[in-house]
Design a binder for this molecule. Structure first.
Ligand SMILES: Nc1ncnc2c1ncn2[C@@H]1O[C@H](COP(=O)(O)OP(=O)(O)OP(=O)(O)O)[C@@H](O)[C@H]1O
Ligand SMILES: [Mg+2]
Length: 244
């Protein structure tokens, strides 16, 4: 029998005991650099909001902290793409009315003492109903949320102190030729680009280019931003341009 997982207005409900794979935090970037002060500032046992511009490294920072210092079970909820009802159903907490969902979610997080990452918050109103009364919660947002109970950390762009360059060099020399060439060529695109654009730049078939771009994403040299659109982190782009 599974543990009691949540309490609703109508009583206790039971559900799945482990965290469904879809809601486990993904791995942090393999070559994570810097952010020592920010990592030290995240509070275990409290709510921390990581706010900063798009692509600055908020999610990477949260994932790194969870991997290094988070304890116990960890729950990842991406407010931009995940759905609360789908999460509850993945825990086999079925038939929860829309009005009860946030309360059941809070109850689930509290009872299982999950360390929670709420990624991509738009506003305080969006996250407030999801916050458990106690426990460790990390929130990422492109805007400051000014939540009364939270410590808010401004995530600024990384400054290149040479270490990042070194790490990128290490990744770059390990790249197969097609990936290395795409890395160099696509870095001259400003903003996001898709597979057909990259294929045109490289003069190669789209299917080969698609696999190579996926490989660059896996190696944290490129970021996927939506359906087969990609972009470079600004420091990575600067590094790639030095290789041409
Ligand atoms: N400290 C770091 N070390 C290495 N790579 C990093 C670091 N921070 C960010 N990156 C890389 O930069 C890219 C963008 O980072 P991330 O997705 O965390 O940004 P974000 O601030 O969460 O953006 P968004 O607002 O779009 O969600 C990713 O490929 C990530 O792996
Ligand atoms: Mg993010």
């Amino acid at each position: 029998m599974s543990d009691v997982l949540a309490m609703t207005t109508t009583g206790v409900i039971r559900g799945r005991n482990d965290v469904p794979p879809h809601f486990r935090p993904p791995a942090p970037p393999r070559h994570f650099v810097g952010r020592d002060a920010e990592l030290a500032g995240i509070r275990a046992g409290g709510v921390t909001v990581l706010s900063g511009a798009g692509g600055v490294g908020k999610t990477a920072l949260a994932l790194k902290w969870l991997r290094e210092r988070g304890s116990g079970d960890q729950l990842y909820f991406d407010l931009a793409t995940h759905d609360l009802d789908a999460l509850l159903r993945a825990f086999r907490l079925n038939h929860v009315s829309e009005d009860d969902r946030a309360a059941v979610f809070r109850s689930l997080v509290s009872r299982r003492q999950f360390t929670l990452l709420l990624d991509n918050a738009d506003s305080a109103d969006q996250v407030t109903p999801l916050l458990p009364a106690q426990g460790t919660v990390l929130i990422t947002s492109r805007t400051r949320l000014n939540l009364p109970q939270a410590c808010e950390i401004d995530v600024a762009p990384l400054t290149d102190d040479g270490r990042l360059r070194q790490l990128l060099d290490l990744s770059y020399v390990e790249l197969p030729e097609r990936q290395a060439r795409l890395y160099r060529l696509c870095a001259w695109q400003s903003g996001a680009f898709d597979v057909p654009v990259a294929a045109a730049i490289a003069g190669e078939p789209e299917c080969d280019v698609e696999d190579a771009l996926d490989d660059l994403v896996e190696k944290s040299l490129l970021t996927e931003v939506g359906d087969y659109a990609f972009r470079f982190h600004e420091l990575v782009r600067a590094h790639a341009r030095t290789k041409s």
